[in-house]
Design a protein around this ligand. Structure first.
Ligand SMILES: Nc1nc2c(ncn2[C@@H]2O[C@H](COP(=O)(O)OP(=O)(O)OP(=O)(O)O)[C@@H](O)[C@H]2O)c(=O)[nH]1
Ligand SMILES: [Zn+2]
Length: 287
């Protein structure tokens, strides 16, 4: 019995990497019965039939799994957002962050197009608001070498709205990682990602999914009582809330609202929280 990680899924085959080799494997009928099917990113046990082929016999417990892209065990998401063109969007970024937190995926913020603005104060503001996460600033011309270190031993997913510079990031920043970037950027550009197959591409000692993630943010996975845990910068202030189960909305003596009033917590973060909270609350019950 061998153990490895699925790095690609295609037409019913799974490509499992183990000890530096790739095995083409099928899932046993067993999985069809339990309706559980292996995902790219899964750590699996498999039995080999010959040098390159085998079948998967068990899937390890997952840390998390996304539907789009269908990838399991994601460590971090590179939330790509431009400083301008399109303008930096606090609310959209906060949605991405909350979604990542809800899935136990570490957010890494990448702000692109720094060359298009002289506004130093905006950069400082972003750094200040998001100081609970790693924040990187990039532009098309300069390679941000620090960025290369974040991939090691991690499974990353790239995300961000259209036009923020995801493909450009891969093309200009990451060739330094000496990977076959054509492969990723072609796929990133491929017919708006209609295919369901995903592949993990090796990058600077880790993996990146070749399909951008979080294209649809569906908060149905979070209920209104848990949303606050997806805003980790609220934590230190919620200790001052009078009620332990305070949702920071209508409750009196709320430490979070107090912090916003005093400028200790960004009002944009609180506004994003309220807006998502309302979205969750107004959600129609689905049966
Ligand atoms: N000046 C400047 N332009 C950039 C930068 N990054 C991307 N662009 C430009 O912004 C446009 C969109 O960039 P893409 O890399 O295609 O954006 P994307 O996020 O991959 O977009 P989708 O494929 O639609 O998801 C292109 O015209 C890029 O040349 C940057 O750092 N500086
Ligand atoms: Zn509160």
């Amino acid at each position: 019995m061998k153990k490895g990680q699925i790095v690609k899924a295609l037409s019913g085959f799974y490509y499992v990497k183990s000890d530096g080799l790739i095995y083409q494997a099928r899932a046993r009928g067993l999985f069809r019965k339990t309706s559980e099917s292996p995902l790219v990113g899964d750590i699996v046990e498999f039995q080999i039939e010959n040098e390159t082929e085998g079948y998967i016999t068990a899937i390890d417990d997952r840390k998390n799994a996304l539907v789009r892209p269908p990838v399991a065990n994601i460590d971090q998401v590179l939330l790509t957002t431009s400083l301008v063109s399109p303008d930096f969007n606090y609310y959209l970024l906060d949605r991405f962050i909350a979604y990542a937190e809800a899935h136990d995926i570490e957010p890494v913020i990448i702000v692109t197009k720094m060359d298009l603005s002289e506004d130093e104060s905006l950069r400082a503001k972003i750094e200040d608001i998001y100081d609970m996460y790693p924040v990187f600033f990039t532009d098309k011309e300069q390679v941000n070498h620090e960025l290369l270190d974040i991939f090691k031993d991690k499974l990353s997913v790239l995300s961000g709205q259209s036009g923020v510079g995801k493909s450009t990031l891969i093309n200009t920043i990451l060739p330094e990682a000496k990977l076959n970037t054509d492969e990723i950027s072609n796929k990133l550009n491929r017919g708006k990602h209609t295919t369901r197959h995903v592949e993990l591409i090796e990058i600077a000692g880790g993996y990146i999914a070749d399909t951008p993630g979080f294209s649809t943010i569906d908060f149905s996975v979070i209920d209104k009582y848990n949303l606050k845990f997806c805003f980790i910068d609220f934590d230190e202030h919620s200790e001052n809330c009078k009620f332990r189960e305070c949702l920071h909305i209508n409750e009196p003596k709320c430490g979070v609202k107090k912090a916003v009033g005093e400028g200790a917590l960004a009002s944009s973060r609180y506004e994003s929280y309220k807006q998502i909270f309302e979205e969750i609350e107004s959600r129609k019950e689905r049966y």
